[in-house]
Design a protein around this ligand. Structure first.
Ligand SMILES: [Cu+2]
Length: 75
């Protein structure tokens, strides 16, 4: 039997994004992660919207990946 993937959406508020290349870097790292369906950085509001499969990756892990790029996650 095929299991149905449960896709969740999480939004993080980042510290103000100052350059577009950083937001691309964040998107790149997230989209490469197993379990991430789609990650999108909303540059103007310094937010990241991520759709992910909660069986494969946790929101804590996603947060950690963003912080590794160098951007503190505020909430
Ligand atoms: Cu930058």
């Amino acid at each position: 039997m095929k299991t149905i993937k449960e896709i969740k959406t999480v939004k993080f508020q980042l510290e103000t994004l100052t350059c577009p290349s950083c937001s691309q870097k964040i998107e790149g790292v997230l989209n490469k992660e197993q379990g991430v369906e789609e990650a999108k950085v909303l540059f103007n509001s310094s937010k990241v919207k991520i759709q992910y499969d909660s069986d494969e990756v946790t929101s804590d892990r996603l947060k950690e990946l963003i912080e590794k790029v160098g951007y503190p996650v505020l909430s």
